[in-house]
Design a protein around this ligand. Sequence first.
Ligand code: UYC
Length: 232
Amino acid sequence: TPIDFSALRLQLSSGSEKVQQQLIQQLATLGEPGLEVLMEFLLQRRDRLPTWIDGKIYQILYHSKFSPARELLQTHFPAGIVTLRSQSNIDYSSLQQLLIEGDFQAADRVTLQKLCELAGATAVQRKWLYFTEVERFPILDLQTVDTLWSVYSEGKFGFSVQRGLWLTLGKNWEKLWAKIGWKNGNTWTRYPDGFTWSLDAPIGHLPLSNQLRGNRAIAALFSHPAWGKREQ
Ligand code: UYC
């Protein structure tokens, strides 16, 4: 029996996120008519804030061999699906590009690099962050970096995901390290080969922040006003 693409199109627009995720994966395997449904759906959602549903479709179309799909991305979203807003004129396009390509390891390094740029020239030279610099980060830039990680990771990665787990775990660092795969028993996960550079990683695994100099920088990140006023 032929596949009913208009039924799939309808289910995609009206389904829950879970249903949408399954339909997107299915449509990706159904050749050009499937990709056309995904293209139309992505365009329909253009005026909304992007979620990882948009990021998933973007990645599928980007990696497809279907030139109308790639042309659509080039025309409507030449730099990616996330608008790269910065209060400090930082260019996050290399981060977006690496995340679209699914190169999470390089994206992780660029994330630290960009946050150092955001902190200023001394941090760029130092290559790590003081918590006092993190406290002064503009809200907009942290939200941009967080949205990028979330949108291109099916909502698994990003600071706000890590922070949410940290709050759920009563701000207990040891429990957080275990939960996100940064520590196994008493053993710290070794950089870089101990970490999982794919969506197979635990939720909140990426981006990394080195704890060699203590947890004050990551504590400042999680306490930043960028994440709203939900907690004290
Ligand atoms: N590393 O263990 N890490 C490095 C992590 C620690 C250490 C880089 C994360 C514990 C040293 C990144 C964890 C520790 C270096 C991370 C982790 C330690 C290094 C490269 C789990 C020893 C060499 C970029 C919390 C017990 C560089 C960067 C240096 C590098 C990440 C050791 C991304 C998430 C406490 C010796 N580790 N790191 O930031 O600076 O340097 O000497 O967290």
